[in-house]
Design a binder for this molecule. Structure first.
Ligand code: ASP
Length: 304
């Protein structure tokens, strides 16, 4: 039987200590002698049934750097588009030699079900609105780079929380490192059930901003429906967009994150996204060492 700690379905499956260990290993990966495997050929399958730029490219870069090989399924031009199930697709990849499978799917339970059925270590690369664990890890690594420690820090997550898998994984990652998390959203984008996870809910960005050490701006998930009819884009931009005027309310040390893709001028202005407080490029760069650590673990080769 596969050892369960090769899968990464949701960060909440991991103890805070295991999250910290993975982040430590990701940090080591930046200076790790690679390739890790010279004498054996290791394959990692990638199934992206939803669009991706940063996540898929940085998984491929991570796999390359480790010295493994990606088996990348082109979802539109594969039998997946002929109706083959995700499980059959994964089992095909395993038969070809994949020892780990990276999966992104609109169905939030897909990665869980593959993890239960596959011998390969399964990594969730974004499942519905529920989880995006490697994004949570890379956001946490970016904040660790900035602050060294998140104990006593307050991180705001702003916008379409309701449909954000990033928000859900960030909460677990940031809390594992001791941060306080505030979710800032209008009622129609807030997820009140998350208060059970020990986060604070706030509806006014201007009130929350002065208390934050870091802020994660979320994209409105238009592809997941129009949301509440009360949602009016102009009002949203007026009350929640992070622009330079609003940034003046924040501490001078505030750092700005965005998971991408950005809708410039909607949730964030270009002046802020490309300005001195932005750590958005650092987030993308950190995706590679984080995914190296996660793939190493999925292959059952954790050595850190
Ligand atoms: N790229 C992130 C995700 O896949 C964030 C987003 O799409 O807004 O969830």
């Amino acid at each position: 039987m596969k050892s369960v700690d090769r899968d990464l379905v949701e960060l909440s499956d991991l103890a805070p200590e295991a999250i910290r260990k993975l982040l430590h290993r990701a940090d080591q990966m930046r200076t790790q002698q690679v390739p890790l495997w010279r004498d054996s050929v290791r394959h990692v399958g990638l199934i992206f049934a939803e669009p991706s730029t940063r996540t898929s490219l940085s998984f491929v870069a991570a796999i390359d750097r480790l010295g493994a090989y990606p088996l990348q399924l082109d979802a539109e031009n594969s039998s997946f588009s002929k109706g083959e199930t995700l499980l059959d697709t994964a089992s095909t990849l395993e038969s070809i030699g994949a020892e780990s499978i990276v999966v992104r799917d609109g169905n939030e339970m897909s990665a869980r079900s593959l993890a239960e059925h596959c011998d390969a270590g399964v990594i969730n690369a974004g499942g519905g609105t529920r989880a995006h664990p490697t994004q949570g890890l890379l956001d946490a690594l970016t904040l660790l780079d900035e602050f060294g420690d998140l104990e006593g820090k307050t991180v705001g997550i702003v916008g379409d929380v309701l449909r954000s898998r990033v928000a859900r994984s960030d909460i677990v990652a940031f809390q594992a490192l001791g941060a306080r998390v505030v979710l800032v959203a209008p009622d129609y984008f807030q997820d009140k059930t998350l208060s059970e996870a020990g986060v604070e809910l706030e509806s006014k960005l201007d009130d929350a901003l002065p208390h934050l050490d870091a802020i994660q701006m979320l994209r409105i998930q238009k592809e997941r429906g129009d949301g509440d009819p009360e949602h009016n884009l102009q009002n949203y931009v007026r009350d929640y967009r992070l622009d330079e005027r609003r940034l003046a309310l924040a501490r001078p040390s505030l750092v700005v994150l965005h998971p991408g893709p950005m809708n410039r001028e909607v949730e964030i202005t270009s002046g802020v996204a490309d300005g001195p407080r932005s750590r958005i490029r650092q987030q993308v760069a950190n995706g590679v060492p984080v995914r190296m650590a996660v793939v190493e673990r999925a292959l059952g080769q954790a050595s850190g």
